[in-house]
Ligand binder design. Structure first.
Ligand code: ADP
Length: 393
């Protein structure tokens, strides 16, 4: 194991060692697997059929061994491009969305054929950020995934690129895969890429980059190691994979980044082979798992609270009530993610039930006065319910 500095090395000593953790991987039940465009397609955008074949075979074999697998697949835009006569990725959004719409059908057709060959059924799920952050849609997405897995299907998830404008997009499939892992309460996320795992710096630019096989405690210091995608077809590079790692480990889900082109990579990972980079999940109370998802979303505004409110949130795990809010910043809607500040320190993040204009009206107000101040029947007593609130230590 190579580590950044002694501090991280010392931390490792206090955690389960890599071998123990890897040995435990076979006992996971629900696994989300993400594959990137650079694994699924050749440089000319044509599908890598041998890879599709091997992926379908391995996933069906995992299912035959009793695992539940969800696949998050990129590739729709790259596959759609040559079909619509594009040699390079178009810059303008409608054309990109047209490629996604054409490519998504072809992508699913390919999956259907290969999975069918191994006795599998596939299901298409196209998600947007709203599905993850709107509590009602979150619940629907989660029950649909449960139903599909119970019926033995392999859900294949992608961002709904054809209709998503930037503000409703998760943005990249690495982050989406972590969100999906969180939605379906997975035990493990495996991100398959064109690289062996995480290096201490971008290995396509630095020959002396060193490989990191085990990350027992995720720290934000790792984010500095990430460079962009190495190829024009890749999208997020290592940065989005590390963002996914942060969401996973904070949601209590182990995550592995591994090279998609290693033979039998999935089977070998499950059998505990020391392949790829393994990020160890934090010990998270089951109740806490889902709300950690908030960490991956874009923060739309800030709520400043008083000392009593800070104490209630941090020490007692309370919800955020209007009475404790002293100031609002930003222009946001109900369902957006906001940051909670005490003086200059961010102490929590959460999903707000009220928009910024309403909070301007009700900040400092006690619960019984809310309806009168708002001028309509109050929808909630809390601005952020504790189930949607994540305290940042
Ligand atoms: P995918 O299409 O599989 O999602 P990407 O091409 O987006 O993959 O991202 C993987 C690429 O990220 C690698 O091939 C590598 O060039 C680049 N990269 C940047 N920084 C790092 C790093 N610290 N460790 C490993 N790879 C890195």
């Amino acid at each position: 194991v190579f580590c950044l500095d002694r501090k991280i090395k010392n931390l490792i000593m206090n955690y389960l060692n890599e071998e123990q953790v890897r040995r435990n991987i076979s006992s996971k039940k629900r696994i989300v697997i993400k594959v990137g465009t650079s694994s699924l397609t050749y440089v000319n955008g044509k599908p890598n059929l041998r890879f599709f074949n091997s992926l379908a075979c391995q996933i069906m074999d995992l299912q035959n061994r009793g695992y539940e697998v969800v696949l998050v697949s990129s590739g729709a835009i790259a596959i759609g491009m040559p079909l619509l006569g594009f040699e390079i990725k178009p810059n303008n959004l409608p054309q990109k969305q047209a490629c996604a719409a054409v490519g998504q059908g072809t992508l699913m057709h390919l999956y259907e054929r290969f999975f069918h060959e191994y006795g599998g059924k596939v299901a298409q799920l196209l998600l947007t950020k709203g599905d993850a952050l709107n509590p009602k849609r979150y619940l629907h997405a989660s029950t649909t995934l449960d139903a599909l897995l119970a019926l033995g299907a392999v859900p294949i998830v992608n961002e709904n690129d054809a209709v998503s404008a930037d503000e409703i997009k998760v943005g990249d499939n690495d982050t989406l895969s972590a969100v999906v892992a969180s939605i379906c309460d997975a035990d493990l996320l495996i991100i398959l890429s064109d690289i062996d795992g995480l290096y201490d710096k971008n290995p396509s630019l630095h020959l002396d980059a060193k490989f990191i096989s085990y990350v027992p405690e995720f720290s934000r210091a790792f984010l500095t190691m990430a460079g962009d995608a190495g190829t024009a077809r890749g999208t997020g590079g290592m940065a989005t994979k590390l963002k996914a790692a942060e969401i996973c480990v904070r949601s209590g889900i182990d995550m592995i980044i591994a090279n998609s082109h290693l033979p039998d990579v999935l089977m070998n990972l499950i059998d505990g082979e020391p392949i790829g980079t393994l990020f160890l999940a934090e010990n998270v109370h089951p109740q806490m798992k889902k709300r950690k998802i908030i960490i991956g979303s874009t923060i739309k505004g800030k709520l400043y609270i008083d000392a009593g409110c800070k104490n209630a949130i941090v020490s007692n795990g309370s919800s955020l009530l209007p009475a404790g809010i002293v100031k609002v910043e930003g222009d946001f809607q109900e369902g957006d993610s906001v940051s909670v500040f005490y003086e200059n320190e961010e102490i929590a993040r959460g999903i707000t039930y009220y928009d910024s204009q309403d909070i301007q009206l009700i900040c400092g107000c006690h619960t019984e006065k809310l309806t009168a101040v708002l001028g309509y029947e109050k929808t909630y007593d809390t601005v952020i319910h504790r189930n949607n609130l994540m305290v940042i230590k």
